[in-house]
Design a protein. Structure first.
Length: 290
């Protein structure tokens, strides 16, 4: 959870180091912005600092000249963050909790009236665009985090001051680095080894109730039918072995490995494995051999 004692040093450090806007005021966060905090894996103030640092990479940005107006704009943002840390109210903004770096995602604003102009913002780019609320009193905007990695903040506001903010985790997609397959004649199973990696900012990493799912899919070349087997594991990176019975008996099978991090999936085709022993078994009464 957020702590004002923990937040203040981060605010001071950030305000002295970072300047991110080319227009003064672009990062203004309304004073009455409310922040929804409901999950045990919510980010901390230190996470915000680290995420912004990764996003702007100012230490290596020699092409920009940061002026006082930019610095003042950033100071206004981090000072405004202090006002929303201890608030808890109805969250009018709806955003995915986990988003992929450099990929678009949609943010929704729930309002109390229609045809109102809603400004959409995030902590990497500031203001990203405006949408007018529909007859259903909803407004939408696609946005992304280009370089930010870790914590991010998104918020919506309108001219009358109503504002709602939400934190997100900006992550990299899961990966299947490599894998191999073999046939175990003694057990009659196809054995698959999967070398995977899940990002440290994914839901599987941040939510203690969410596990990584590793899955193997085998497809019969004879019948074009597929069967799957999966395991749930806590390791964010590892090599896992899954043994699966060929559902159509003898024949050629294509093998695919997948990993799921709670929101995103990575897949890798591992080629074909030939089951030599036994006979061809139709996997269903009406299945016909190709």
């Amino acid at each position: 959870m957020f702590s004002k004692k923990k937040l203040l040093p981060s605010i001071l450090i950030l305000s002295s180091l970072y300047s991110v806007s080319s227009n003064a005021g672009i990062f203004d966060l309304p004073d009455n912005c409310t922040y929804g905090r409901a999950e045990s894996f919510e980010l901390t103030s230190d996470d915000i600092g680290n995420g912004v640092e990764a996003g702007y990479d100012i230490y290596n940005d020699n092409d920009r000249n940061y002026d006082q107006a930019e610095l003042n704009s950033w100071k206004q943002l981090v000072e405004s963050l202090k006002e929303i840390i201890d608030s808890y109210d109805y969250v009018r903004i709806e955003s995915p909790k986990f988003v992929l770096q450099n990929q678009s995602f949609r943010v929704k604003a729930n309002l109390f009236d229609t045809f109102a102009n809603i400004r959409f913002n995030n902590s990497e780019f500031g203001y990203v665009g405006t949408d007018k609320s529909s007859i259903e009193a909803n407004a939408y905007r696609n946005m992304s985090f280009s370089k930010a990695y870790g914590a991010g903040l998104v918020w919506v506001n309108r001219a009358n001051g109503m504002c709602s903010a939400e934190s997100v985790w900006v992550q990299k997609p899961p990966q299947i680095i490599s894998g191999d397959t073999s046939y175990n004649a003694s057990t009659g199973q196809i054995v698959v080894n999967t070398n995977y990696k899940v990002d440290k900012y994914s839901e599987a990493a941040k939510n203690q109730n969410k596990l990584v799912r590793v899955q193997v899919n085998i497809t019969s070349d004879n019948f074009n039918t597929t069967t799957s087997k999966s395991i749930n594991v806590s390791e964010l990176s590892s090599i896992k072995q899954i043994s699966i019975l060929p559902h159509a008996g003898a024949g050629l099978y294509s093998v695919q490995a997948t990993v799921y991090d709670g929101n995103y999936v990575a897949s890798l085709n591992l080629g074909n494995t030939f089951v030599r022993d036994g006979t061809v078994i139709p996997p269903c009464p009406r299945c016909n051999k190709n």
